[in-house]
Design a protein. Structure first.
Length: 78
């Protein structure tokens, strides 16, 4: 997270994509690194019908905070 999770707008470290989960469970925000994902719950947003840009920016902000604090909630090793 320290070397690959930081956010740098206008670079690949600022890019994101959003995947909506089935049954309105929320979204997964992906970044430039395939193993770093952030979950966004509908309860985290003012408007649960927000578009991908709002959801993605929120998830990217969470990733940046995780990279600074290095306090990850879930790590899965294969």
């Amino acid at each position: 997270m320290k070397t690959m999770g930081f956010v740098a707008p206008s670079s690949s470290h600022g890019d994101f994509s959003v995947t909506k989960l089935k049954d309105a469970l929320g979204w997964i925000v992906h970044c430039h690194h395939p193993d770093i994902l952030n979950y966004v719950s509908p309860s985290e947003l003012e408007d649960p019908n927000s578009g991908d840009m709002i959801i993605g920016v929120h998830g990217r902000q969470k990733r940046g905070e995780d990279a600074q604090s290095l306090d990850s909630i879930h790590i899965e090793q294969r």
